[in-house]
Design a protein around this ligand. Structure first.
Ligand SMILES: N[C@@H](CCC[C@H](NC(=O)CCC(=O)O)C(=O)O)C(=O)O
Length: 361
């Protein structure tokens, strides 16, 4: 008997989005959604389907000269902690707007990929659909990185589109991202006799001051203005309410424009926190927009919208490193990504599908 939950790829793409939003897939928990996507793709006879853990690749063999990749990740950031937040699981539809975790980042995009995979039995280009796990976490866990290592031939193409949220326009390139842990050390003591110890949390004050004083830059690369960011994203220290803390860690996330390499970004952060113990714990380079490439220019012309920069980090970076020029284009407003009321208009998902259908036809 057919699984009652199986995905119907030919239904309204907004309803398909809602169906896949209802499969919770916080990074590390992508097995169920990957199984559903895999099962649905295996039924399509015009596709050759491969699987690597929770990443799935489906390729057409139309015999075209050029091949494009449509790629999207299956995972989301964790569910909101705030009670009553609408950006959670299950999804809700309110006045034509779909609320829930992954609404913008990026189950609408994944639904568009699935709809195209099912309906396009011929196209201007051969198409490789890539769905993968572990995008929202440290680069070392990336499902796309694993695919690139295990089966690079499956990702070969002339161009790639990452269906990350871009609100109806192309977002070119992406900022790089890097994480650092800065540590201070003290001496534990009874907090009733604090003079016997040394407070490591107090020693972190100048770290926070340097962050508060830092003026993030905006850097123009190939005509697009990339806004950088330098922020504390986590702070921890102390073991109890009556003990002077003997350690403190501040985690800093530096988002850097694609004019810099990861090594240059690291040097800038090490310089900013000179005198402190500091370690880089993660990092991924950005990507330059490269919008003058013929296929990208064709897409931009069909959409008729001015391209914008991508401020988040996306796998255009990984495709660029593989020698495949790539852009971001998908439904939803990236400004809502990861927010407590993440949402997307149902109509935006339908419009994105129409745009890509007409580009590929
Ligand atoms: N390995 C990176 C992964 C971070 C990915 C994430 N990307 C997005 O949110 C794309 C959405 C957008 O901006 O349109 C990010 O930028 O945090 C890492 O761990 O940082």
């Amino acid at each position: 008997m057919d699984n009652v939950n199986e995905l119907d790829l030919l239904q309204d793409v907004a309803v398909l989005t809602e169906q896949i939003m209802n499969i919770e897939s916080v990074s590390g928990n992508e097995r169920e959604i990957a199984d559903q996507v895999h099962q649905a793709l295996l039924k399509l006879e015009h596709l050759e389907v491969h699987r690597d853990q929770d990443a799935i690749v489906a390729r057409t063999n139309f015999g075209r000269e050029r091949r494009v990749v449509l790629a999207g990740h299956l995972d989301t950031v964790p569910l909101p902690r705030t009670e009553g937040a609408k950006g959670t699981v299950p999804a809700q539809v309110i006045d034509g707007v779909l609320y829930g975790r992954g609404a913008t980042d990026m189950k609408g995009g994944v639904a568009v990929q699935l709809a195209l995979a099912a309906e396009l039995k011929d196209a201007k280009y051969d198409v490789t659909y890539v769905f993968y796990d572990h995008e929202e976490v440290e680069a070392a866990k990336s499902g796309l990185g694993r695919l690139a290592k295990n089966s690079p031939e499956l990702l070969e193409a002339d161009f790639a589109i990452l269906l990350e949220p871009t609100n109806g326009t192309v977002e070119g390139g992406c900022n790089g991202t890097s994480r650092f842990v800065i540590r201070t050390h003290g001496k534990a003591a009874h907090s009733g006799r604090a003079w016997m110890g040394h407070n490591a949390i107090h020693d972190a004050a100048p770290i926070l001051q340097r962050l508060a004083d830092y003026q993030p830059q905006t850097i123009t690369v190939q005509g697009l203005d990339y806004r950088e960011g330098m922020n504390a994203v986590r702070i921890s220290g102390g073991i109890a309410g009556n003990v002077i803390p003997d350690y403190c860690e501040v985690e800093v996330n530096y988002r850097f424009a694609p004019d810099k390499t990861l090594a240059q970004a690291e040097a800038l952060v090490f310089d900013l926190f000179e005198g402190f113990e500091i370690e880089r714990t993660d990092g991924a380079e950005g990507a330059k927009p490269g919008l003058d490439q013929e296929i990208a220019a064709d897409l931009i012309r069909i959409l008729g919208q001015e391209p914008k920069p991508k401020y988040g980090w996306t796998d255009v970076s990984r495709f660029s490193a593989l020698g495949v020029s790539a852009v971001n284009f998908g439904p939803g407003d990236a400004l809502l990504a990861h927010s407590d009321d993440e949402h997307v208009a149902q109509e935006d998902i339908r419009t994105c599908l129409k745009s890509l259908r007409s580009w590929l036809s």
